[in-house]
Design a protein around this ligand. Sequence first.
Ligand code: KG4
Ligand code: ZN
Length: 370
Amino acid sequence: MNAPTGNRRVGALLILGIETSCDETAAAVVARDADGRGRILADVVHSQLTDHAPYGGVVPEIAARAHVEILDRLIERAMREAGVGFTDLSGVAATAGPGLIGGVIVGLMTAKAIADVHRLPLVAVNHLEGHALTPRLTDAVAFPYLLLLVSGGHTQFVAVEGLGRYRRIGTTIDDALGEAFDKTAKLLGLPYPGGPHVERLARDGDPRRFDLPRPLMRRDNLDFSFSGLKTALRLEAEALQPLDDATVADLCAAFQAAVADVIRFKARLALKRFRELTGVARPTLVTAGGVAANKAVAAALAEAAADIGAHVVVPPGRLCTDNGAMIAWAGAERLAAGLVDGLDAQARARWPLDADAAPKLGSGQLGAKA
Ligand code: KG4
Ligand code: ZN
């Protein structure tokens, strides 16, 4: 697998990308010009949100079935919108993990079938690498840069040193940040996914009414922990049952303020660490994941970056959440470097981006996306 075929000069590439690792079914066609610039020709995402909403979270069996039902049509649509046929493609890329294994298999098998029938190279992409390389597609960001990935399944700082060279320098030891937002929302009676609701209600709340903890705010620690914060909020909420609207807003505001404090502190620390690792005086910090849409989180990151003299790049929201373009782009970057996979490529529920990073105990949604 992944045998490099050496550094070659490559011409323009046209890649179909397929993403099915969680609750979004997505297909995209992306071009990589000979100068390394990316262009999105089509990018189609079908969210399964309404399928899962009644259950308060993603149900793996429902997700896998929904991917099977819609993926073929979605690929057809992406190809039609891009105005290309399979014979025009240079390769096909699909998420091969980490993620909900049923869904990953659906996308990877479909990609293998297309690759086999049309004699195209297959690229089995790590979903996290898709997120990590997105700022190179959207903003042509040069290596190295620091990535903060904050989604429903992941919360990590990754030093992106080059293609295939990722160093995780901080991660959550329990819940992912999006998961903490979702659990907080659930216990306050708000719908799934909870992050946007918590943000909306926090606007009218008083963040000082409740004194919530800021877990792991220590100078020697780049990891996150959010389960204690969530528990502290639960205890406050239980003591005040039944909750009136003002109390819910105050709890949302207090939670979000605690999160923003932690993010600001950790981002400063991570940028300093990244500077030590790379020697880059004015580093670039890029964000990915649904939680990056949160204005309080974005403001905290901007403040941390200003303190350090760093530059922040926030790709457009729809490319921060799960999509096919990021998988097509990661496929294009790998193909340009001569990295392709055989039709025996395996779907993987777990696949750390940084194989050297020590596993953390007690991770939140381990089976799903960690
Ligand atoms: O990246 P994403 O769309 O899906 C994956 O988890 O891969 O992220 C979804 C997560 C959910 O937990 C959702 O509640 C959270 O991102 N989220 C937010 C906001 N928008 C989405 N969290 C806080 N504030 C937001 N505005
Ligand atoms: Zn993702």
